[in-house]
Design a protein around this ligand. Structure first.
Ligand code: ASP
Length: 324
């Protein structure tokens, strides 16, 4: 018997109604499952939010990093948890869109989860180790093409944001990359700084501090306008590469069947966090763009996810991304 069915029977047997459970929710700590390594961009955003949401909800939100398989192991863990508001799935364009086209998932990314809130987004950034002898995106592409074997690109696993962005970069520039999967882009970035891999097409929020510190080199961002927090980095189009646009947005979800009142409480706590000037300052400093106020509803996240599935699945399937 599935865990969900067992849970439903248990709840029915105890005569609990979802309303009764929702009234005093939360009565104990809540787990946020981050499907990538600690110290990476998803983990960093989740921890900032968890800290502030604790104040609104009156219970701690504990981040658990459940990594592997492009984030799909962590999402599966969250989807299979009881729909009681005590397990939240943190994810993004990779885990909650791309993974569905890359893996044979045991869960349905739309039917088995309930959206809570659309979180800040950021463009991807092309970064290389300092030893690469290029000073512009054009020179980087020339250098990548001149290599005797495909240069190495770190990713957070097949179907992660950095992987999809790498495949996209290949298709718009005509280069060929060899992917090196990690459990998140935090360990990938460490290897880039150490010169173990050649590049990452990374979330800006992950790389920007290292770019500023000069330990890695940035070439372009995948946005139509420059970042307010890093105006020296050109857009891909300004750097001579057309059609390389990608915004990596994140979100929170809960298992399907979670009472509406609980989803509403979680949404309200997340919105309060995102409106807090101290939180905004922290996230904007990482190069993140805050969610527009009219997009902070669960419905807005549901609509965004569905629209992105319609956009990305054909691209990913056409790119023939395989997982062994
Ligand atoms: N968001 C991932 C992480 O936190 C990276 C990715 O999807 O590329 O590591």
């Amino acid at each position: 018997m599935g865990r969900k069915l067992l849970w439903a029977l248990l709840v029915a047997g105890l005569g609990l109604t979802s309303g009764a459970r929702a009234d005093d929710y939360p009565t104990h700590p809540i787990t946020i499952i981050v499907p990538f390594a600690a110290g990476g961009p998803s983990d960093a955003m989740a921890r900032v939010l968890a800290e502030r949401m604790r104040i609104s909800l009156g219970q701690p939100l504990v981040v658990e990093n459940v990594t592997g398989a492009g984030g799909s192991i962590g999402v599966a863990r969250a989807v299979q948890s009881p729909p009681d508001g005590y397990t939240i799935s943190f994810g993004h364009l990779g885990t909650h869109v791309a993974n569905g086209a890359v893996y044979k998932l045991k869960y349905d990314l739309v039917a088995d989860i309930e959206p809570v809130v659309l979180l800040p987004s950021n463009p991807m950034i092309v970064v290389s180790k300092n030893a690469v002898p290029a000073t512009s995106l054009k020179e980087l592409i020339e250098w990548l093409k001149s290599r005797p074997s495909p240069p190495t690109a770190g990713t957070a696993g097949a179907g992660s944001g950095s992987h999809i962005a790498g495949v996209y970069f290949e298709s718009v520039s005509g280069i060929k990359l060899q992917y090196v999967p990690y459990r998140g882009t935090a360990p990938a970035l460490n290897d880039l700084i150490a010169g173990q891999i050649d590049l990452i097409v990374d979330q800006t929020s992950n790389s920007i501090a290292q770019v500023r510190a000069g330990t890695i080199r940035a070439y372009a961002i995948t946005d139509s306008k420059r970042l307010a927090s890093a105006p020296g980095i050109p857009t891909a189009e300004e750097a001579g590469l057309k059609g390389f646009n990608m915004t990596l947005w994140s979100g929170l979800w809960v298992p399907k069947g979670t009472p509406k009142e609980i989803v509403a409480k979680l949404n309200a706590a997340a919105v309060e966090a995102l409106n807090d000037p101290a939180v905004r300052k922290q996230l904007e400093g990482q190069g993140l763009e805050m969610t527009p106020k009219d997009q902070l509803t669960p419905e807005a996240l549901g609509a965004r996810q569905k629209a992105e599935i319609a956009k990305w699945w054909p691209i990913i399937k056409a790119a023939n991304i395989k997982v062994d």
